[in-house]
Ligand binder design. Structure first.
Ligand code: PA5
Length: 386
């Protein structure tokens, strides 16, 4: 269960937050609605994941941006902190670091490796470059390498070629939007390989779809804050496992709404660590920031005798102390989860995706493109290709 509180630590109340017409317009007029419809057949995903799980020491998710952040957010949130269960899941293809790739090739030597290449376009530079290096490695080291490669893409030519090579394929719909794809085959397959219940994730998302009030309220409050010169939203978590969830949020809101000289800059903190760094700025610095705090209760019980209190309770005392101490300087939307599980994560994923989409309609911004990302690509390509 998840509780939303947009009032207690927030001066920005709003009376009218009905976005039904706007949402209906999206449903009726927009072609990029796959993520919203949540019509996913998980059977093939689960079958293939089971096979990979049985044999892989290391499962490499090869993608960037929306092609990998969602799965990383969910897997990192759900897995124990210190875990050496197989398969180990690695997220690769997110940099051009020579050291990273060199170390990776050393690290995977002698292990049973499976690779999931994920790219809607099939042509993203970092993904393709890393894939070619790993493909050479696989060819050199496994006679059954074709059985170890899974391609997820919407690029028909690539899918056909891959099938001819004997790789397994998952076809993405043309209507998939990368950063909204975690509850499609893009995110669900790696999450299933990691051993988590993808049907529960979807179940959580379907429940979130029933809850219009909270998402409409949150979306309108964000919009009002932007209009009042609150240009930065900080997603603050008190559970380090949620770090990649905030990375996913940053991409979701950054790429969806950061256009036309508008949008709110999404940043994040992991507390209580960052109370000792950015906390100072938040408390007394330039008041352009508002916060959306996401607190997750723990299912473990660790008593701290000195305070006659559980550590989980102490963590929540820290949260409420922060909210109280900042109240006059910074507004906070509060989201409390009764635990980190598939259902709650699915719920939050859909909640934030829907808000990012609705918020971009309020700003009159195209929600599914990211033209600015191409800027560096074009220059880089002309430098490399002459
Ligand atoms: O959200 C998006 O659409 C982007 O972040 C893409 O996911 C990212 O650029 C990767 O693109 P592709 O899946 O084509 O490799």
């Amino acid at each position: 269960m998840i509780k939303f509180d947009f009032n207690t630590y927030n001066n920005f109340s709003i009376d009218n937050y009905d976005l039904t017409n706007l949402e209906n317009k999206f449903v009726n007029d927009n072609m990029y609605t796959d993520w919203y419809n949540l019509e996913i057949d998980t059977k093939k995903i689960k079958e293939c994941a089971k096979e990979v799980r049985n044999d892989a020491d290391v499962f490499i998710v090869l993608g960037i941006g929306g092609s990998s952040l969602g799965a990383q957010a969910v897997i990192c949130a759900l897995k124990p902190y210190f875990d050496n269960k197989k398969p180990e899941i690695l997220f690769v293809g997110t940099s051009l670091s020579t050291d990273y790739i060199t170390n990776l090739l050393e690290y995977i030597k002698g292990k049973s490796i499976y690779i999931n290449f994920i790219s809607k376009s099939g042509s993203t530079f970092e993904t393709v470059l890393t894939y070619n290096i790993l493909l050479d490695y696989m060819k050199q080291n496994y006679s059954d390498y074709s059985n170890r490669i899974i391609i997820t893409s919407a690029n028909k030519e690539l899918l056909e070629k891959s099938q001819k090579e004997g790789y397994r394929i998952f076809e993405m719909s043309e209507n998939t939007v990368g950063r909204f794809s975690v509850l499609s085959v893009v995110g669900l397959f790696p999450i299933a390989v990691a051993g988590f219940d993808i049907d529960r994730l979807i179940c959580g998302a379907l429940s979130a779809k029933e809850d219009k009030q909270n998402v409409y309220k949150y979306t309108c409050i964000r919009n009002k804050m932007l209009n009042c010169n609150k240009f930065v939203e900080s997603f603050d978590v008190y559970e380090p496992k949620l770090y990649y969830f905030t990375e996913w949020l940053k991409q979701l809101f950054g790429e969806t709404q950061g256009k036309n000289n508008s949008g709110i800059l999404p940043v994040s903190t992991v507390n209580t660590r960052d109370l000792h760094s950015l906390g100072q700025f938040y408390q007394e610095g330039n008041p352009i920031i508002f916060s959306t705090a996401i607190f997750a209760k723990s299912s473990n019980n660790l008593m701290i005798e000195k305070y006659n209190s559980s550590l989980d309770n102490i963590n929540s005392v820290a949260l409420y102390s922060v909210l109280e101490s900042r109240y006059n300087h910074m507004n906070t939307n509060l989201i409390v989860m009764d635990g980190i599980d598939e259902y709650n994560l699915g719920y939050l994923i859909f909640f934030f995706e829907r808000s990012a989409m609705l918020g971009s309609f309020l700003l009159n911004i195209n929600y599914y493109d990211q033209p600015g990302v191409n800027g560096y690509k074009k220059i880089m390509s002309s430098k490399l290709n002459g």
